[in-house]
Design a protein around this ligand. Structure first.
Ligand code: ADP
Ligand code: F6P
Ligand code: MG
Length: 322
C-alpha cells in the first residue's frame, strides 16, 4: 500500500532555502495525491501535536522567503528515548506514515532515531554551516556566503578610507567553512577557524607585514568558534601596534537571514523533490544530497556519524592568496 499522508518539518538553525524545500515536498506529494502535514517548530511541535494540513496553495509565494514558514526549534526532550517514543506516538495518532526532515546534523540524528523505530523518514541537509557529511553543500550555505561577501565588500570601503584592520566574526561554532571561503572570496589577510588553530603572534605578523608592504587596509575573518577568540585577537592587536587601527564587526544572525540565492532555491527544490519521491517509493533512513552535479543519497547513519570539517585545500588557498 502506498502512503496516504506524510509530514514535513524544518529543524535546528533556520537556513535560507528551507521554504523552497518545504514547497517542493508539498507539491511533489500533492501531485501524487498524498496529503502533507506541516509540523510547526520541529520536534517541539511534533511532541505537542502542532501540525496542520498543507496544500499546494499554502506554499504559494514562499520560494523567495528566508527563514522557515514552519518555524524551527531546538528540543532537548526529543534527544531522549522517551521523547522519541512520544514523537512516534503523535505521528501514529495523526495517521502520518512518513516524514521529510529538513535540518542540520542534530536534526538528522533525530530523524535517524525515528527510522530506527521503524518509521519511514528521509533527511534533507539544511544548515548554513556546511558541516553535514555526505553532501557537497547544504541548503543555505550559498546565501550565507553571499551575505558575508556583501559585508566584507562594505567593510573594505570604510577600512581602506581609514587605513584600518577589520576583524569580521561570522557564524560557525564547530565548522570554519563560512569563514574560510568568505576569506578566500573576500580577499582577507587571514582566517581563523575552529579546525586549524593559529597563534596571536602569527596573526600579528601577517597584519604587520600587510601594513609594511603598503596595503591600505586589512581584514581577518573569524569563525565564532575559533580560538583565540575575536576579542582576544582584537586586544592583542590593539596592544601590539601593528600599524593599522583595529575595529571589530560581529555579523551574528544576519548571516542566517535573507532571500535564498538562485543556487539555494534550486538545491532546496531538487532535494525536496528527491526526498519526497524516495519516501513515497518506500525508502527510509537516508539523506538526499548533492553529489557532483547530481542528487544522490547516503545513509543517515553515515551522515550523522562522520565528521565534516572545512577542506584543508581551502584553508591553504586562503593563506596562499592573502
Ligand atoms: P542542527 O540540526 O542545526 O544541527 P541541533 O544540533 O540543535 O541543530 O539539533 C536540532 C534538534 O534535533 C535538537 O534540538 C533535538 O530536538 C534534535 N536532536 C539533536 N540531536 C539529537 C539526537 N542525538 N537524537 C534525537 N534528536 C536529536
Ligand atoms: O548551526 C547554525 C548556526 O547558525 C551556527 O553557525 C551557530 O553557531 C548556531 O547556529 C547559533 O545558534 P542559535 O541560533 O541558537 O543562536
Ligand atoms: Mg548542527
Amino acid at each position: 500500500m502506498t502512503m496516504q499522508r506524510i509530514a514535513v518539518m524544518t529543524s535546528g538553525g533556520d537556513a535560507p532555502g528551507m521554504n523552497a524545500a518545504i514547497r517542493a515536498v508539498v507539491r511533489t506529494a500533492t501531485a501524487q495525491n498524498v496529503e502533507v502535514y506541516g509540523i510547526r517548530q520541529a520536534y517541539s511541535g511534533l511532541l505537542s501535536g502542532d501540525l496542520e494540513r498543507m496544500t499546494s496553495r499554502d506554499v504559494s509565494g514562499i520560494i523567495q522567503r528566508g527563514g522557515t514558514v514552519l518555524q524551527t526549534a531546538r528540543n532537548l526532550e526529543f534527544k531522549t528515548p522517551q521523547g522519541q517514543k512520544r514523537g512516534l506516538r503523535r505521528l501514529n495518532e495523526h495517521g502520518i506514515e512518513g516524514m521529510v526532515v529538513i535540518g542540520g546534523d542534530g536534526s538528522l540524528r533525530g530523524a535517524l532515531s525515528l527510522h530506527k523505530m521503524g518509521f519511514p523518514v528521509i533527511g534533507v541537509p539544511g544548515s548554513i554551516d556546511n558541516d553535514i557529511w555526505g553532501t557537497n553543500t547544504s541548503i543555505g550555505v550559498d546565501t550565507a556566503l553571499n551575505t558575508i561577501l556583501d559585508a566584507v565588500d562594505k567593510l573594505r570601503d570604510t577600512a581602506s578610507s581609514h587605513e584600518r584592520c577589520f576583524l569580521l566574526e561570522v557564524m560557525g561554532r564547530n565548522c570554519g567553512y563560512l569563514a574560510t571561503v568568505g576569506g578566500i572570496l573576500g580577499g582577507a589577510e587571514f582566517v581563523m577557524v575552529p579546525e586549524y588553530p593559529t597563534t596571536l603572534e602569527e596573526i600579528g605578523k601577517v597584519l604587520e607585514h600587510a601594513y609594511m608592504v603598503g596595503k591600505s587596509h586589512a581584514m581577518g575573518i573569524i569563525a565564532e568558534g575559533a580560538t583565540p577568540t575575536t576579542n582576544e585577537i582584537a586586544d592583542y592587536l590593539k596592544s601590539h601596534e601593528i600599524g593599522f587601527e583595529v575595529r571589530v564587526t560581529v555579523l551574528g544572525h544576519v548571516v542566517r537571514g535573507g532571500s535564498p540565492s538562485a543556487f539555494d532555491r534550486l538545491l532546496a527544490t531538487r532535494l525536496g523533490v528527491a526526498a519526497t519521491q524516495r519516501l513515497l517509493a518506500g525508502e527510509s533512513g537516508v539523506m538526499v544530497g548533492l553529489h557532483g552535479r547530481d542528487i544522490g543519497v547516503v545513509s543517515l547513519e553515515d551522515a550523522t556519524s562522520k565528521q565534516r570539517a572545512v577542506a584543508e585545500e581551502y584553508v591553504h588557498i586562503a593563506s596562499l592568496l592573502s
